[in-house]
Design a protein. Structure first.
Lengths: 223, 357
């Protein structure tokens, strides 16, 4: 055990491990690229859905149930399925990651929209705002804290799951895990896992801090 | 009603509202509201008073009939533009929690495209109008008290200087002391601005205090009576209105009359209770001349603008049955007897009850 940790320490700090096409720097960049792109695509799909069902109050039942279904999908199974259907490409990875991210963004956006005080929405209409002004000037800003929580959760989940890119022969920090397993190199497996966890935790902390700064003027949520 | 007194600002013509669940909120309402003055819609909950109010700015659309504002059918106008031209204050204020007080007030001018600088300048002006400090403008709504929030709600409604102001139980959620302050402020504002105000409340005292006209609604959306407060209190149309006005409606009527007309004379010499005055002839207290230690009872002097109801109250509280009268500066002008006040109260009541010719 001690040997393993010592190995991990020297693996993480050794200069050559950080450079080159198989270096940590490059793998980390790949990993972040997959994660951010998948989360962005998921947001582009999920935000309009969440905002629309939240604003109209219609279709919530279908959307929320589809989201729960999406959450229950086994990600690796999905990757393999799309891989078998489409052949060797990044498609299986992105489809699986997007499917993973969409539910938390939809449900949190919808939750944020339903949490908007109906009196405030009524007042907005009563002052003469059109539906899109009510949506973008009142509902969206008020739902934003919960929407950001949804995006944060989605990104963390995606970062943790993006290791599967390596499973279908692509890069990212998952490379170390799968290569390490193949080469029976436990230090490398552990190094990859620790790096993924670290990236997820750091992102979570940074985004939570950002949320706190952005929404410092908001009243504490009513209990 | 009041013919020849200017334009009719709001007209309901057989306005009817039935909700999809089958309940009738407003039943064939025909009612004309002249320009200027406060019309209060009262009734117990579920009587359709709020629905009536919300039909004016199209927050609720009538099932049949027409509503005109300034002569134009509301259904033929763009709903958003109509609402921008009508001030709207709701219970709990309904302020935008993510915007500063100043930006809340600037809402309608911004929607009308007046530009941020101009809208904010107007909002700053209104802060003062409703009795808030410039400093309050930089805060967020949740940092203000309930009464202050309600003031902001009124300021927001006034921002684009609309001729009509709709107020839906605006003071329903604040404590009685603040409520009375806000009512006074509204009356003061109304004297300055003379808007056409439609005010919804379930509190008959608030209605009598604020209304130039009171419209009483009954469950099922029926308008029972629309009259001036004095007429309503003196001659309720039926048992329902009588019941709604309560057992003290005779006293409420006295709250509408001042004691200016009640006779007054010099304070009596040699009586048991003597009025003590300060150097400026302002009443201090009633002193008992028969008591050895000259016991004193506090006096509450009244001005001509005070109501007959407060005079009646003071005449009961004063040991001699005399009410001390003072001028605007608080200097004694004379005293009125319990009998004179009582007689005047009786005259007011019978005059109001007599059917107008």
């Amino acid at each position: 055990m001690f040997e393993l940790l010592k190995g991990l320490g020297s693996w993480l700090v050794s200069g050559e491990q950080w450079t080159g096409s198989d270096g940590i720097g490059h793998r980390l960049a790949e990993h972040l690229q997959y994660s951010l792109l998948a989360t962005l695509v998921a947001a582009a799909i999920a935000l309009p859905i969440g905002l629309l069902i939240g604003h109209t109050g219609r279709g919530a039942f279908v959307a929320i149930n589809l989201s729960s279904f999406g959450r229950a999908l086994p990600t690796v199974g999905l990757v393999v399925l799309v891989f078998l259907a489409s052949g060797l490409s990044m498609w299986p990875v992105y489809i699986a990651l997007v499917a993973l991210a969409v539910p938390s963004i939809v449900t949190n956006t919808y939750a944020g929209m339903t949490a908007v005080d109906p009196e405030v929405r009524d007042a907005a209409r009563g002052q003469g705002m059109r539906w899109y002004q009510v949506l973008f000037q009142v509902e969206l800003p008020l739902a934003l804290p919960l929407i950001m929580t949804g995006l944060r959760l989605a990104l963390i989940q995606v970062v943790a799951t993006a290791t599967i890119a390596a499973y279908v022969s692509f890069g990212g920090l998952g490379r170390y895990v799968f290569d390490g397993l193949a080469q029976r190199d436990l230090v490398q497996v552990l190094g990859g896992a620790v790096l993924v966890a670290l990236v997820a935790v750091v992102l979570d902390l940074v985004l939570s801090a950002l949320q706190r700064v952005l929404f410092r003027h908001r009243p504490a949520p009513q209990s | 009603m009041q013919p020849g007194k200017g334009l009719l600002m709001i007209q309901f013509d057989k306005a009817h509202k039935r909700f999809p669940n089958g309940t009738t909120a407003v039943h064939d309402l025909t009612l004309d509201l002249p320009e200027g003055g406060v019309t209060v819609l009262v009734g117990s909950s579920g009587c359709g008073k709020t629905t009536t109010l919300r039909m004016i700015n199209r927050m609720v659309e009538p099932t049949s009939g027409t509503i005109r504002v300034g002569g134009k059918d509301v259904l033929e106008q763009d709903a958003a533009e109509l609402r921008r031209s009508i001030g709207y204050v709701i219970q709990q204020a309904g302020l935008f929690p993510h915007r500063t007080v100043l930006d809340n007030i600037a809402t309608v001018p911004l929607l009308l495209g007046h530009g941020r600088r101009k809208a904010r300048a107007r909002a700053a002006e209104l802060l003062e109008t409703v009795g808030l400090t410039t400093e309050a403008g930089k805060r967020y709504p949740h940092q203000l008290s309930g009464g202050q929030q309600q003031r902001v709600g009124v300021a927001r409604a006034l921002a684009a200087d609309p001729p009509v102001l709709l107020m839906d139980e605006p003071f329903g959620a604040v404590d009685p002391v603040v409520r009375a302050q806000l009512q006074d402020e509204l009356l003061r504002l109304q004297r300055e601005l003379n808007k056409t105000i439609v005010f919804v409340t379930h509190d008959i005292d608030e209605a009598v205090r604020l209304g130039d006209r009171i419209a009483v609604f009954r469950t099922g959306g029926h308008l029972v009576q629309c009259a001036t407060p004095a007429e309503l209190l003196a001659r309720p149309a039926d048992a329902f209105v009588e019941d709604f006005l309560g057992a003290e409606r005779g006293l409420k009527l006295l709250s509408l009359t001042t004691l200016a007309e009640v006779a007054q004379g010099p304070a009596p010499e040699g009586a048991r209770w003597q009025l003590t005055l300060d150097a400026a002839r302002k009443p201090l207290a009633w002193r008992d001349s028969e008591s050895k230690d000259a016991a004193e009872i506090p006096v509450r002097p009244l001005r001509d603008t005070d109501s007959l109801l407060s005079a009646l109250n003071e005449s009961i509280a004063a040991p001699s049955g005399l009410v001390a009268r003072v001028d605007a500066d608080g200097v004694l002008t004379g005293v009125s007897s319990r009998e004179d006040i009582h007689d005047r109260a009786g005259q007011v009541h019978s005059a109001a009850s007599a059917v107008a010719a």
